[in-house]
Design a protein around this ligand. Structure first.
Ligand SMILES: Cc1cc2nc3c(=O)[nH]c(=O)nc-3n(C[C@H](O)[C@H](O)[C@H](O)COP(=O)(O)OP(=O)(O)OC[C@H]3O[C@@H](n4cnc5c(N)ncnc54)[C@H](O)[C@@H]3O)c2cc1C
Length: 292
C-alpha cells in the first residue's frame, strides 16, 4: 500500500483536473484495498477517474485509488474480476480467451468498479449489469465482506444501487460471458474504437449529461444533439474548458482548465437548456469535493 499526504489528484483523472487529497492511498490487491477500507474513515474511492470532476480545493479525508488487478477464469464461461481491473484490458483478455459479451464497451476508459457503480451503457444499448451475476462488496457499516447476487440489486440506465449505498464498496465481480470467435470480437472492438475516435476525446469525462428518456410529446433524445443543434453551444469555452467542437456532450480540458472552469460550462449548458427549452439536463458525471 502506498500512502501520500496532500497529494494532487488531477493526474489520476482522464480530464487532468482536481486539487489534492488530504491522504492518498494506492492499493494494488483486494487484501490491501480491504485493509485501507478498515483503517481509514471518510474515504472516497477512485477508479480510473474517467467520470469524476474533482474540485480545485480537492477532497478532504482519504482517497483510495484502487488498482487491484486479478482476473480469474471460472467454469461455464464465467470470469471473476477485481474492481481495479481496467475495462479495456478485461475486454482484450476475455476476447483472447474466446469469450464474447464485453466488446460493446470498447473505448470506455473505466475500471470495473467504476463501470459497475455507474452501470455504464454500451454501443448496443446494453447496460453493464446484463453481464454480471455476482458482486463481492466490503460493507463500511458492518466492516465485513460479502457477495450480492446481481439479480437482487436495482439497476437502471447509467446508475446502480451502489450510487445510493455509499457504504457498499465494490471489491470484485463475476461476469457471465458466452463463447465467441476471437477474430470477430477483435474486429468489433476495432470498428467501435475507429468510430468513437472521430468524436470522443480522452481529455474529457465522457458524456457529461444523461440522454433524455421519452416524455409527453417528445421522443427520447441525445443530450449531445440538444447541446449542438438546439443550443448551438459546440465550441463554447470558459478558460480552458471547452464543449467539444466534435461532440456536444463532451467538455474538454484544452490544457489548463480548472474545475471551476469546467463546472461553469456545465452550469451554462444547464441554464440554457432550462431557459430556452425548459429541459432539465441531469449530469452523468459525479462531482467530488466542494462546488458551492
Ligand atoms: C473518452 C470517454 C468515453 C466514455 N464513454 C462512455 C460510454 O460509452 N458509456 C458510459 O457509460 N460511460 C462512458 N464514459 C464515462 C466513464 O468512463 C464511465 O462512467 C466509467 O465507468 C467510470 O469508471 P472509473 O473507473 O473511471 O470511475 P471513477 O470516475 O474513478 O469513479 C466514478 C464513481 O464510481 C465510484 N467508484 C469507483 N470504483 C468504485 C468501487 N470499487 N466501489 C464503489 N464505488 C466506486 C467513485 O467513487 C465515483 O463515484 C466515457 C469516458 C470517457 C473519458
Amino acid at each position: 500500500m502506498e500512502t501520500y499526504l496532500n497529494h494532487p489528484l488531477a493526474p489520476y483523472t482522464t480530464v487532468k483536473i482536481g486539487g489534492p487529497a488530504d491522504t492518498f492511498i494506492i492499493t494494488n490487491t483486494t487484501a490491501e484495498f480491504i485493509e485501507a477500507l478498515k483503517k481509514y474513515q471518510n474515504v472516497t474511492i477512485l477508479g480510473n477517474g474517467s467520470n469524476v470532476l474533482i474540485s480545485d480545493s480537492g477532497i478532504r479525508g482519504t482517497v483510495i485509488k484502487n488498482m487491484s488487478n486479478s482476473i480469474e477464469y471460472l467454469p461455464n464461461n464465467q470470469v471473476k474480476v477485481d474492481s481495479g481491473v481496467n475495462l479495456p484490458l478485461l475486454i482484450t483478455d476475455t476476447i483472447n480467451h474466446s469469450l464474447s459479451g464485453l466488446e460493446e464497451f470498447a473505448y470506455i476508459p473505466s475500471s470495473i468498479g467504476g463501470a459497475i457503480f455507474g452501470n455504464i451503457h454500451g454501443i448496443n444499448k446494453n447496460n453493464f449489469d446484463r453481464f454480471l451475476t455476482e458482486i463481492q462488496v466490503f460493507d463500511l457499516e458492518q466492516s465485513k465482506t460479502y457477495s450480492l447476487k446481481s439479480n437482487i440489486l436495482k439497476w437502471s440506465y447509467d446508475t446502480s444501487e451502489f450510487a445510493t449505498k455509499p457504504n457498499l464498496i465494490i471489491l470484485s465481480a463475476i461476469f457471465q460471458l458466452t463463447p465467441g470467435d476471437a477474430d470477430t470480437s477483435r474486429q468489433k472492438v476495432i470498428d467501435i474504437i475507429t468510430k468513437k475516435l472521430q468524436t470522443q476525446s480522452m481529455n474529457s469525462l465522457g458524456s457529461v449529461f444523461k440522454n433524455l428518456p421519452a416524455r409527453t410529446g417528445h421522443p427520447a433524445d441525445f443530450a449531445g444533439r440538444i447541446i449542438d443543434q438546439e443550443l448551438n453551444l459546440k465550441g463554447f469555452q470558459i478558460g480552458d474548458a471547452q464543449i467539444s467542437p466534435l461532440h456536444g456532450n463532451f467538455i474538454l480540458n484544452l490544457g489548463h482548465a480548472t474545475a471551476a472552469d469546467y463546472y461553469a460550462v456545465v452550469k451554462k449548458i444547464q441554464s440554457e437548456a432550462k431557459s430556452k427549452l425548459n429541459i432539465t439536463l441531469e449530469p452523468e458525471i459525479k462531482f467530488l469535493g466542494n462546488f458551492s
